[in-house]
Design a protein around this ligand. Sequence first.
Ligand code: EPU
Length: 436
Amino acid sequence: MKVLHVQGGATLRGTIRVSGSKNAALPILAAALLTDKACTFHNVPALSDVRFMCEILKSLGTEVSHLGPNSIRIQAKTLVPHAPYELVRKMRASVCLMGPLLGRMRSCIISLPGGCVLGPRPIDLHLKGFSKLGCTLEMKNGYLHLDASHLQGANIFLGGRQGSTVTGTANILTAAVLAPGITRIECAACEPEVTDLCHMLVKMGAKIEGIGSPSLVVEGVSTLHGCEHTIIPDRIEAGTFLIAGLLAGDQLRIENLNPLHLHAVLDKLEEGKACFEVDYAKGIIVASNSRGSIRPLEIVTLPYPGFPTDLQAQMATLMAFTPGMSLITERIYNNRFMYVPELQRMGANIALEGATAIVNGQVKLSGAHVMASDLRASASLFLAALASEGETFIHRIYHLDRGYEDFDKKLEAVGVTLKRVEADHLPDSSLPSETA
Ligand code: EPU
């Protein structure tokens, strides 16, 4: 298994270009199943999650062609509405196949994705929505059997204990666009990724009102046609590089992003007097090392437009280098602090109190062997490595490749020294233990 070796202390100069959004691309690729015509997508990030999604689409009978490194053409002339465990278990986002299969095929058999390191991730709201749309559901041998022969528009409230659901909204929308009658979704997720999906569906001929708001009204149509669509930039990748710039940048320029998608993050950083400039018209942020000058912050993760949970771990790293006490409260997931003990191995002073991380920041941390538990945890450990003294070895780095396209290349180009090494070839054999 590969380990990412990062040499701390670099200064990041130059330009990083943000790739297409993973979380927009996944449900959009799945939505191509809604028609037998070809759909072409651009700015699709070349990531392992996107490859998984393409594999699943192919296993359902769909033609998937790569027109270039970031352009994919999908045509689902024929479809088998059965998504097997071997593929679904690799990626939670495969749940967003349900809506398109129900809309187009009126039935779907799909394995439930199983456990997740971020804590329980139920899909009760997705299933409630499908039931309201007239579907029947049955769980048999780990597979969910959904029958939508009586699919019909309905009024659906998608609010749960943590707010709305992003992939749940995508699922209900993609079933509703082909359901006869009107579907009104209240408490729909407003994340830019859901808005991007709505824009793609409208290009296919769907009728959706209220796009970008928590109240969506869908008038079902009988068929949809092909489309061409460019995926929005990845706001979480952009935010991660912005934080890299604040930790170690000298006028690091991050381009090809929509700053409005990062409004809550930019607002927080402005409150902390971080050193960055935003060009809203051109979609560029320029960030410089603010260690020592930035102020401690209080952050609470919330559904969009609130502070994104997917930048919580990276922000905790920034706060670990920020003298004073910061409070970071996680409101979306039950278990998104797995990176904390790893940052502690680098010398960070962080205490967990329920859903809040109490970060007593300091100016120096030191490199160590650390273990990534998930995608955003990997990013937070990389950021810590960047600003620490000495070398850091990040184990299980494959998590990072699920969400950051060309990560090593992009960072090397702005001055970071990093390489992937086989765990067995490491000079230090005192690796972190994998079991209790
Ligand atoms: N929830 C329920 N019931 C449901 C669905 C969700 O209680 O039926 C709860 C979840 O347990 C969670 C909260 O609601 O506590 C939000 O879950 P949501 O369904 O919105 O999350 P998701 O759609 O599974 C997407 C992203 C995540 C991101 C979340 C929140 C994709 C493929 N994934 O997940 O991205 O954290 O929205 O913004 O879009 C990541 O990229 O690292 C990542 C985890």
